[in-house]
Design a protein. Sequence first.
Length: 125
Amino acid sequence: MYVCLNKVFSRLLKKANIDDRNINEAIHEVLQGNFIQLGHNLYKKRIAARHRGKRGGYRSILYYRRGDLIVFMYLFAKKDRANITTKEMKELIEIARNYDINLVGNNIKKAIDKGILVRWNYEEQ
């Protein structure tokens, strides 16, 4: 199982008030099926902010292909906005389709090696 961040998420994560353990908790919950399904292998997942709960925290959009790959794609603070726009959703669907076609087998590792994706060191809970 590969767990990765795309460049957009990685940049947004650096600015966010999120501990690594909160990301690991979110990954664990995704693997347990605790997420909101958006279609096209896209899901919305709450991530707690440091010293606050999920309610006052962040929302992430991720690509999840069971048993194979999780890619965190987008991140926003709940206090800043309620949801992503229709235009953003269409763009994420297009990226997800690209992942469906191109991120298979050895290509996942190649995308990591090229810096297209950043591998997350997930520690199971």
